[in-house]
Design a protein around this ligand. Structure first.
Ligand code: SF4
Length: 196
């Protein structure tokens, strides 16, 4: 991998072009647009959600619906904003009726796209939003987010922070409160260099 930011951004753009035309799993049949992700801040914070929803599918952009608004509120309340973050999802195409992605879809999208995306963005920390990316990226299928949220993991030299998906934070006050704590902790551990 090139260490030059311009070269990495160019490779990332090429990778995203590939995602937009990907037909590697069944989810391509029902999508309107694939949603590769957004953000050109390399080496900073990366968020991984579950999958595009209806609005994201129509626009080809991540987290632009109600979950996205809630995410922006959480970020603002903790002193972070989206410009500090590269944001993507476990699968890049909307599952029918917003069902949970299946294991083979998660595996295919991770091997084909997400692993390369992580290498190119090279984040200092990756925030896993909910149990789906936790299962996909770290292989953890057991456990309750009420207990797991706020915990950090290290895998292959990368740091991961576990928290809820914003959709859960919108619905359940305990999840909202947990996310507020986790985002404050995330802001506190972001280095001054990343905020420059
Ligand atoms: Fe390709 Fe991922 Fe979309 Fe499946 S979800 S078609 S692997 S981009």
């Amino acid at each position: 991998m090139s260490n030059q930011p311009a070269a990495r951004l160019k490779l990332l753009a090429t990778l995203h072009d590939g995602i937009r035309t990907c037909t590697a799993c069944r989810l391509h049949r029902t999508r309107t647009h694939a949603v590769p992700g957004e953000g050109d801040r390399l080496g900073g914070i990366m968020f991984i959600g579950e999958a595009p929803g209806a609005k994201e599918d129509l626009a080809g952009k991540p987290f632009i619906g109600r979950s996205g608004q809630f995410l922006d509120e959480l970020l603002a309340a903790s002193g972070l904003d989206r410009r500090q973050i590269f944001i993507t999802s476990a699968v890049k195409c909307r599952p029918p009726q917003n069902r949970t992605p299946k294991d083979d879809e998660l595996d295919t999208c991770r091997e084909r796209w997400l692993e390369n995306q992580i290498e190119l963005v090279d984040p200092s920390i990756i925030v896993l939003l909910g149990k789906t990316p936790l299962r996909q990226v770290l292989g953890e299928k057991k456990g309750n987010l009420a207990e797991l949220h706020g915990q950090c993991r290290e895998k292959d030299g990368r740091q991961y922070l576990l928290t809820y998906h914003p959709a859960a934070g919108m619905r359940f006050p305990t999840a909202r409160s947990a996310m507020q704590q986790d985002f404050l902790a995330l802001a506190a551990r972001s280095s001054p260099a990343e905020d420059a």
